[in-house]
Structures are given as C-alpha cells and as structure tokens.
Design a protein around this ligand. Structure first.
Ligand code: PGA
Length: 266
C-alpha cells in the first residue's frame, strides 16, 4: 500500500470531466486555469479521462493544490479485464482519488452496491481516497425514498470498509473516504438542489457516518454536493450546513467557470 492519506484540507472543489477533454483540450484547459487558479486553503481535484492523465500532469506542472483522480476503477489489481484500470495503476499514474459509484456508472453501466464496496476497498488498498457518490433518482425522491436509497448506498460500503476507516480516523492518518451527495435529478439537468435539500441530505449522511464510524471520523469526513453546480450557485451551496465541498461536472470543463467556483470556496 502507498503512503496513507488523510482527508484533504479545507473545502474540496472537484471537477469531473466525464468523457470530455482529450490530451490536447486538457493542455488547453491548464493554460488558462493556471493563470486563474488560486486555491488558498481549498483542495482542488480534477478527474480527467484516463487517457488525458499525462497531459493533466504536464498541465498542472508545479502548481500546488491541484490533485488528480480517476473516474472509475476495477477492484482487481490486474488481470484479464479488457477496458478496465486498477486502483494500483491509477496511483502509479499520479492519481490520489477515485470516484466510485457515480450515478452514471450505477444507472448507465449497471454498477451495483456490492461493486461499489469492492471498488472502495480496492482504492483504500492502493492508497487512493475514494469519493463515494450517493443519491436518489427523481422517482425515488417523489416516492419518499431519498433517505432509504442514500442509507442503502452508504451502508453497502461502510459495513465493510468501516474497520479500516475507523482505525485510520482514530490514528489521524490513513486512507480517507469522502462522500458526494449527488441527487440524480440534479445531474446535468440544470436543476440544482436547494441549499436546504443539500443540508438535509448531508445531515443524514453525517449521522449515518457517526453511527458506522464514530463521531470524530464522521465530523472529519468531507461530504461534497454535486448536481448542476455553477459559479452562480456555488457560494450558497458551500454555505449550507454540512457541505464541505462541491463535485462539479459541466462547469468544470471551462477553466474560467471552474476557477470561479474554486474562488467561491474562499
Ligand atoms: P453536473 O454533473 O455538474 O454537470 O450536473 C455533476 C456530476 O455528475 O458529478
């Protein structure tokens, strides 16, 4: 296992590029972003497509405060899994974080709770900090299922990864799990959760973390909000109770708007 990781400092602003920005567009992004970017105490994480990783590392250069992550991992360290990449390889290529259970993986590629659990374990084993994405669909929300869905998705991971996380929380060092609450109805739809919606779900997540991992780990675990975050709504979402950062999709593709969101975190 690589060196143990602790929770990132300050507010966390993460940009999930999804299947956008090949190597040339990645270099272009950093030409502008470096000029704008001043993260201060904010932790900035970008999730480029894996083929753009080398370009992203080159683009980041020596600028401090920007880390990289991968959008998905397989749970095995290596093997005959065409098209997949392992947590160990991602770490070797310079990743510090891995998204796990993004709704596009769950709903577009049939990823199950059992698979998210394996992926979180694999990330921790390789020294990557997993960002576990949870969130309900519109149908689940209107059917009064928000709490049950979020708790099911969390518990699938906490029941197994709990021991490792509790230990590292007690010792103040060790692999860190972050959570992103991303209501599916707010992703890429332009429809953002209100600060009250976000605060309600984040409080639920924090309470569940406390039951599974104890109060001190729960307090220090970063819980991000994601879903149609833009420069115009970033500050009010960040001001909501229990929102420790943002996971930004579309608005992270443009270096100017992403820098504005970073600036909103202070
Ligand atoms: P969006 O995506 O900001 O484009 O809604 C967020 C995400 O999917 O992480």
């Amino acid at each position: 296992m690589r060196d143990a990781m602790t929770q990132p400092a300050g507010k966390v602003i993460a940009g999930n590029w999804k299947m956008h920005h090949g190597p040339a567009a990645t270099l272009d992004f950093f030409r502008t972003f470096q000029l704008q970017e001043s993260p201060g105490h904010t932790s900035v994480i970008l999730f480029p497509p894996a083929v753009s990783f080398a370009a992203a590392r080159q683009g980041i250069g020596k600028s401090r405060g920007v880390s990289l992550g991968v959008q998905n991992i397989h749970w095995e360290p290596k093997g005959a899994f065409t098209g997949e990449l392992s947590a160990e390889m991602a770490a070797e290529a310079g990743a510090s974080f891995a998204l796990v259970g993004h709704s596009e993986r769950r709903h577009g590629f049939g990823e199950t709770d059992a698979e998210t659990r394996l992926k979180v374990e694999a990330a921790l084993r390789a020294g990557l900090a997993p960002i576990l994405c949870v969130g309900e669909t519109l149908e689940e929300r209107t059917g009064g299922q928000m709490e049950a869905v979020v708790i099911r998705q969390l518990d699938a991971v906490l029941s197994v990864a709990g021991g490792t996380l509790q230990r590292s929380g007690r010792e103040g060092a060790g692999p860190a799990l972050l959570i992103a609450y991303e209501p599916v109805w707010a992703i890429g739809t332009g429809r953002t959760a209100t600060p009250e919606d976000a605060a309600e779900a984040h409080a639920l997540i924090r309470a569940r973390l406390a039951v599974a991992l104890g109060n001190s780990v729960a307090r220090s675990t970063k819980v991000l909000y994601g879903g149609s975050v833009k420069p115009e709504n970033a500050a009010e979402l960040l001001a909501s109770q229990d929102v420790d950062g943002l996971l930004v999709g579309g608005a992270s593709l443009d270096p100017v708007s992403f820098a504005q969101i970073v600036a909103a975190a202070g």
